[in-house]
Design a protein around this ligand. Structure first.
Ligand code: NAD
Length: 513
C-alpha cells in the first residue's frame, strides 16, 4: 500500500477523518453538504470535510467583521510580526504540508515543497512590507496647507481559489491582506478541501498563541454555491478569485453588480517563441518542464511553442526524444516526472481535446493516452502529448488543463511570432528563447507580448513572489504577490490639512461672505 508518510503528515497538520469545514480560528463548525476528498495519486479517500451552510456562513462573516474592528487598530508592523510567526510555522511544517499538497492535488513532491516555499517567501515579503505601506505627500497649491495620501485597511477580503495551487494562492492573498489590516475569508477549491483545513489549522494556532480575536482568518468550504455567498455579499469589499475564465466572468459580474472590487487571476494560454537564435538545449528543458510540470495543470503551463521554420525540425526532434524519457507515476516517488491529473473529469477533457485537435487537422507527434494497470489505479494518469497544430484551431485557442503541447511554425521576422502569440483571448504568461538582443527587446516592447508576464530565456511557468503576478485580457487583469500588488487590499485616502487662519479655495475660486 502507498504510504510515503501521508498518515504522519495528516496527523502533524491536525487533519482528521471528518473535519468541520467552517472555521473562524479556534471555533470550527459545519452543517452544510459533505465533501469527500479522494487522492488522484491512488484513488484513496484522504478525508471528509463538512461544508458551510448559509447559517454557518453568516456566523463566520459576523465573526470576521468583529475581528476586523480589532485587527485594523493594531499597528501594521505588529501585524507583520504575526505573519512572521505564520511563516515560521510553515517552515516547521513544510514537509508534511508539501506532502499533502502532492497527495491531494497530484503535483510532484518537489513541486509541493516548492508551493509551501512560496508561502514562506510571501510571508517574508509581507513582513518587510508591513513597514512600507507608503503613501505619497503632495504640494498643495494653497498656502499653509498640507496634502498627503494614506492607505487604510479595506475590511473583509474574500478569497476563492483553484485546485492547482491549493495552498500558495491563499497565502499570496492573506499574507498581504493581513499586514494591510484586513481579515480574510477563504473558500478553497472543492477538489482540495483538506489542504484548506491544514492551512487554517496552522494560522489558527498562531492567532491563538497571540491571543488575537477569532475571525482574522476564516475558512468556508463547498462548491460554487458557497462561493456565491461571498460574491453577492456587500459586506465583502474585495473578492480575490483564482480559477477558470468561465468562473471569472460570473464572479466579476456578481461583484460588479454590487460595485465591489474584484481581483481576478484566470486562465492562460501561454506560449514560448523559439527563434533561430535560441539556445536549443535550454529551450527543450524550459518547454518540457513548462508543458508537463504539474501534469500541465499550472495557469502558466506552456501550451504553445511557436518555432521558426529554420530550427523547427531540430526542436521537434529534441522534444520528441525528451518526451521519450519522461517517467509517469506516483508524484510522491521522486523518480517520476509526471503525476496524475486532478480527477477523471480532467482526464475526459484531456481526451476530448486530443480528439478535437486531430479532427481540426492536428498531427500527433507524441501520442497521448490514459494509463492503467499497477500504480495507475486512480485512473487519473495520462501521457503527455505533442501535437503539430495551427494557432487558428479552436482547441489551440482554449486552455486545456492537461499536458498537451501544440507546436506552431512561423517564418520571417519575430514580429510574426509575436502576432501569433498574442492572437488568443488569454494574456497570462509568455516567453522568448533567443540570444538576439533585437528580437528580445521587440518581444518586450509596447508592440511585443501582450501578457502580464513576459520572459526572456526562461520558460512560461515558475514565477517568483517578488514580482506582481497576473495577466491581461480574459486572464482578468488582477495582480497578486510582489511589487505594489498590496494596494488593492487597501483603500486610499487623500487628506488636505489647512494650518492657516484663512480658508482659500482650490482653483482660486472666490466665495466671500
Ligand atoms: P474553477 O474555475 O473550476 O474553480 C475555481 C474556484 O472558483 C473554485 O473554488 C470554485 O468552487 C469557484 N467557483 C466556481 N464557480 C463559481 C461561482 N460562480 N461563484 C463563486 N465561486 C465559483 O477552476 P479550477 O479548475 O479549480 O482551476 C483551474 C483554472 O484556474 C485554470 O483555468 C487555471 O488557469 C486557473 N488558474 C489561474 C491562476 C492565475 O493566477 N491566473 C492560478 C491558478 C489557476
Amino acid at each position: 500500500a502507498l504510504d510515503f508518510g501521508i498518515q504522519e503528515a495528516l496527523e502533524k497538520l491536525g487533519v482528521k477523518e471528518i473535519n468541520e469545514g467552517t472555521s473562524t480560528g479556534s471555533e470550527n463548525f459545519a452543517s452544510g453538504e459533505t465533501i469527500s476528498s479522494y487522492s488522484p495519486v491512488d484513488g484513496a479517500l484522504i478525508g471528509t470535510v463538512i461544508g458551510t451552510s448559509e447559517a454557518d456562513y453568516e456566523k463566520a462573516i459576523a465573526t470576521a467583521g468583529e475581528a476586523f474592528k480589532t485587527w485594523r487598530q493594531i499597528p501594521a508592523p505588529q501585524r507583520g510580526e504575526i505573519v512572521r510567526q505564520f511563516g515560521e510555522k510553515l517552515r516547521e511544517l513544510k514537509e508534511p504540508l508539501g506532502k499533502l499538497v502532492s497527495y491531494e492535488m497530484g503535483k510532484s513532491y518537489q513541486e509541493g515543497l516548492g508551493e509551501v516555499q512560496e508561502m514562506i517567501d510571501i510571508c517574508d515579503f509581507a513582513v518587510g512590507l508591513s513597514r512600507q505601506l507608503h503613501g505619497l505627500t503632495m504640494h498643495s497649491e494653497r498656502p499653509l496647507h498640507r496634502m498627503y495620501e494614506q492607505y487604510h485597511p479595506l475590511g473583509i477580503v474574500g478569497i476563492i481559489s483553484a485546485f492547482n495551487f491549493p495552498v500558495a494562492v491563499w497565502s499570496w492573498n492573506t499574507a498581504l491582506a493581513w499586514v494591510c489590516g484586513d481579515v480574510c475569508v477563504w473558500k478553497p477549491s472543492e477538489k482540495t478541501p483538506i489542504c484548506g483545513i491544514a492551512c487554517q489549522n496552522i494560522i489558527a494556532e498562531v492567532l491563538r498563541e497571540n491571543y488575537l480575536p477569532e475571525g482574522i482568518s476564516c475558512l468556508i468550504n463547498g462548491d460554487y454555491r458557497v462561493g456565491e455567498f461571498m460574491t453577492k455579499d456587500k459586506r465583502i469589499p474585495l473578492i480575490s478569485a483564482t480559477g477558470s475564465i468561465r468562473m471569472g466572468k460570473i464572479v466579476a459580474q456578481a461583484v460588479a453588480a454590487r460595485l465591489g472590487k474584484s481581483l481576478l487571476e484566470l486562465g492562460g494560454n501561454n506560449a514560448i517563441i523559439v527563434t533561430p537564435d535560441a539556445d536549443i538545449k535550454m529551450t527543450v528543458i524550459g518547454a518540457v518542464f513548462g508543458a508537463v510540470g504539474t501534469a500541465g495543470q499550472r495557469c502558466t503551463s506552456t501550451r504553445r511553442l511557436i518555432i521558426h521554420e529554420k530550427i523547427y525540425e531540430q526542436v521537434k526532434e529534441a522534444l520528441v526524444s525528451a518526451y521519450g524519457q519522461l517517467r509517469i507515476g506516483n508524484p510522491l516517488d521522486q523518480n517520476n516526472h509526471v503525476g496524475p491529473l486532478i480527477d477523471k473529469d480532467a482526464v475526459e477533457l484531456y481526451q476530448k481535446a486530443l480528439e478535437k485537435a486531430e479532427q481540426e487537422g492536428g498531427k500527433v507527434l507524441v501520442q497521448g493516452g490514459v494509463l492503467d494497470g499497477p500504480g495507475y489505479e486512480s485512473g487519473c494518469y495520462v501521457k503527455p502529448a505533442i501535437v503539430e497544430a495551427d494557432n487558428s484551431f479552436e482547441i489551440v485557442q482554449e486552455e486545456t488543463f492537461a499536458p498537451i503541447l501544440y507546436l506552431l511554425k512561423y517564418s520571417g521576422e519575430v514580429t510574426n511570432a509575436i502576432a501569433t502569440q498574442n492572437n488568443v483571448v488569454q494574456g497570462l504568461s509568455s516567453a522568448i528563447m533567443t540570444n538576439n538582443l533585437r528580437e528580445a527587446e521587440q518581444f518586450l516592447s509596447a508592440a511585443g507580448s501582450d501578457c502580464g508576464i513576459a520572459n526572456v530565456n526562461i520558460g512560461t511557468s515558475g514565477a517568483e513572489i517578488g514580482g506582481a503576478f497576473g495577466g491581461e485580457k480574459e486572464t482578468g487583469g488582477g495582480r497578486e504577490s510582489g511589487s505594489d500588488a498590496w494596494k488593492i487590499y487597501m483603500r486610499r485616502q487623500t487628506n488636505t490639512i489647512n494650518y492657516s487662519t484663512e480658508l482659500p479655495l482650490a482653483q482660486g475660486i472666490k466665495f466671500d461672505l
